[in-house]
Design a binder for this molecule. Structure first.
Ligand SMILES: [Cu+2]
Length: 489
């Protein structure tokens, strides 16, 4: 059986320049935005680290553009291996979706690819490598599409979260497979079913939920498979955080992107009230809180009204099931900045669906009965680090889920494992319409968390024909095979 990675490598034997886009009758004549996949150096915990990045020639990470414009990009691969970038949350023609071996071959070293498609909606999106384990090397960047929701006088602040290890990703993956999900150093965390109360000491509680045999022996942690060396916000730790100058009494739009490979967080706004206005770029009925969960690959748009007067306002992200934290600091006027520890005083609990069940889409799908449903049982075991959908680890020979153009489709995610899986559908936004049998008009988004033993149903309209990926966004689950496709013409 050809492994997915071997398949992707063989698919790399393609032409040096892949051009997806044909000239569009209404295309503007401006040259495309150049994005370069590059190797770069950052400093983590006082040590140099060689990582990857995707930047414009002037050093800008990712892209900031406007709704109604075309997404016209020339992507250049300037690293020594094949690569390809996925535009997470956008709805391009399927050949431009950036999944190697599904949408297109990877771009060989030194090659480039061109993209051109219209941007029909705005919001906070991101881009990341879908090739091998490159995402773990920080090959990700913001993709911001401004729209009528952006207010004049409101300062945009992006916080992109990442998990970082000095251990090469291949070695992390090998240790996960060897150790049955417990690499050296182990981790804390619990397999408590949602909703799990915060444990004041942040220790594993040790309680196993009923029917949790699948993940292996009782007592094995089910959060945070990988022990990271650091958690980053805009490439920096709290030892040397980004400090953003803001106006006392000013308004801020926080765009938070969880670009981690494996780590979920609770965003902690301290004493500030945040108004959540969008998830994964799509508007929700506003909801005010000071803490917000964010699973891997998800985004939160949060409005802040800052108090008058000089003050430093930390925006923190505390690791799920742990007290490790990262973040940035909003500095109003010349407020003194005090050092913030990279450990919070209390641990963050496991993510639950409490917020998800309270979210309501500001622009829901038109109510309609599903024409077709597919059940995706999320399956696998920590032993050998095997992850799959309906017990089938993905290979290119796995048949695609069949749907037809124009259908309302519902995907039923049933998590049969003791780990949470953030499930992402490419090329379509979906609406969360049911949690554990309770129907509601939940958020429109592109990535939904399915905690252990939970059942989450999402609905979407089949309006973008092609071959599309559906997968768990935990990098090592995805690479192990918790991935499938759907296809229609
Ligand atoms: Cu997963």
């Amino acid at each position: 059986m050809l492994s997915r990675r071997a398949f992707l490598v063989s698919a790399a034997a393609a032409s040096a320049v892949t051009t997806f886009a044909r000239a569009q009758p209404n295309a503007d004549n401006a040259p495309p935005t150049v994005l370069r996949i590059e190797r770069r150096s950052i400093e983590v915990n006082g040590k140099p680290a060689s990582v990857l990045g995707v930047r414009q020639p002037d050093g800008t990470f990712g892209i900031r553009t406007e709704v109604g414009k075309r997404f016209r990009v020339r992507l250049e691969n300037r690293i020594e291996e094949p690569s390809l970038i996925h535009w997470h949350g956008l709805t391009p023609p399927w050949q431009q979706d950036g999944v190697p071996g599904v949408s297109a071959p990877p771009i060989p070293a030194g090659g480039s690819a061109d993209y051109d498609f219209p941007l029909h909606f705005g919001g906070t999106f991101w881009m990341h490598s879908h090739q091998g384990l490159q995402e773990q090397l920080l090959l990700a960047a913001p993709l911001i599409i401004r729209d009528q929701r952006d207010r004049p006088g409101e300062q945009e602040v992006i916080m992109m979260l990442a998990d970082f290890s000095f251990t090469p990703p291949d070695q992390i993956f090998a240790e996960l497979k060897k150790g049955g999900g417990m690499p050296p150093g182990a981790m804390m965390g619990s397999s408590l079913p949602a909703p799990a109360p915060a444990n004041p000491k942040g220790k594993a509680n040790g309680t196993m939920a009923p029917g949790m045999a699948m993940g292996g022996a009782a007592g094995k942690p089910d959060l945070n498979d990988v022990t990271y060396d650091a958690f980053l916000a805009n490439d920096r730790t709290l030892g040397d955080p980004e400090v953003v100058k803001v106006e006392p009494g000013g308004r801020v739009l926080l765009r938070i992107i969880n670009a981690s490979s494996m780590s979920a967080f609770h965003v902690d706004l301290g004493t500030l009230d945040g108004e959540l206005i969008a998830v994964d770029g799509f508007p929700v009925a506003p909801l005010v809180a000071r803490r917000f969960p964010i699973a891997v690959a998800q985004r939160l748009d949060i409005r802040l009204a800052l108090p008058r007067g000089a003050a430093a306002h930390p925006v923190l992200a505390v690791l799920e099931g742990d007290n490790k934290q990262t973040g940035i600091i909003l500095r109003a006027a010349d407020a003194p900045i005090s050092r913030i520890l990279d450990t919070a005083s209390t641990a963050s609990p496991a993510l639950t669906l409490d917020l998800e069940s309270r979210l309501r889409a500001a622009s829901p799908l038109k109510p309609r009965k599903a024409d077709r449903t597919h059940t995706l049982n999320l399956t696998g075991t920590m032993a050998g680090y095997m992850w799959s959908i309906n017990n089938v680890p993905w290979t290119k020979d796995v048949p695609s889920l069949a749907i037809a153009k124009g259908e309302r489709v519902e995907l039923i995610f049933v998590n049969q494992t003791p780990m949470s899986h953030p499930m992402h559908l490419h090329g379509h936004e979906f609406q969360v319409v049911e949690i554990d049998g309770k129907r509601f008009a939940g958020a429109v988004r592109d990535t939904v968390l399915v905690p252990p033993r939970r059942r989450v149903v999402v609905a979407f309209d089949a309006n973008n024909p092609g071959l599309w990926a559906i997968h768990c966004h935990l990098l090592y689950h995805l690479d192990a095979g918790m991935f499938t496709t759907l296809r229609y013409v």
